[in-house]
Design a binder for this molecule. Sequence first.
Ligand SMILES: *Cc1c(COP(=O)(O)O)cnc(C)c1O
Length: 336
Amino acid sequence: MSIKNFPRYPLAFLPTPIEELKTLTKKLNGPRLLMKRDDQTGLAFGGNKTRKLEYLLADAIKKECDTLVTMGSIQSNHCRQTAAAARKAGLCTELLLRGKKPEISNGNLLLDQLLKAVITWTDKPVTHATLEAFVEEIKKKGAKPYLVPYGGSSPLGALGYVNAMIELDEQLKQMNEKIDYIVCASSSGGTQAGMVVGKALTGFTGEIHGIGVSKTNEPNSTLEKEFTKIANETAALIELNQTFTEADFFINKDYFGEGYAIMGEKEKEAIHLLAKHESVFLDPVYTGRAFAGLIDLIRREKVDKDKTILFWHTGGTPALFAYADQLLYPTTQFEF
Ligand SMILES: *Cc1c(COP(=O)(O)O)cnc(C)c1O
């Protein structure tokens, strides 16, 4: 089935705008910077998961499920967006969150609660078996659960970013604009895999440069291997006759920092810079880390000045509030 005919539940405000970051470009004295504002997809503070959920929710409704089930960390954007998508369609949400219930709910967790998601806490790593057991428990309550995969990164979820590349292609044509690099934060891979499939579909000529924010949890696996698998399965869904290999994925692994969701000085600087010079808020876990990587590449002159870079803002801003105490007191005095 072609992507145009694929069942999709509309959730996002599309197309998301493309904005030029003129002040920051000048400050960095680097290549021209544009930003695709997927932090503005509209649904409950937005983000990249909205696009994936349009396809996942349509599938849940087709299968007559009444409860979306998913898992993540305390400040998971994916969980907040899943809870919001469910509410929009009159469904319920059950979340399995890693960690301990904090005394005060903030950021994404506060929003999960306002969206009336049912939350179960676990201090163990979430494996496939834990999840299956969790789904069985929900069935026992008489609900019809639909398991939304980790980060929404199934082939179906990745269709959201195939579609996003079609959207970008149309925008660039209208603007008479050419992009040399797309830079985005990459984690569970649905976003970058969808973009790579979308690149093949549209003939987009730029390079897609993912900045890894965390290592893979799977033993004997690599991010490239996992992303390639998603891309090939996504291409099969839309009958795109093309095979992707690990060479189709550029994933920068220089910026993992102290680990997933640990905000370091680099991430803080990126958040401060974008707020100060562009009035754009990045998030502490994904876009802050990816943009910090981009700033570093520009400062070390790894990107030619005559290139045009599009940073794809994937959202996550509600998590800023959960990091408030660390954000206002950086230990380093930033350059700008
Ligand atoms: C989930 C997420 C990402 C990573 O997307 P993947 O498809 O998991 O690689 C990037 N940015 C934000 C804000 C996210 O919430």
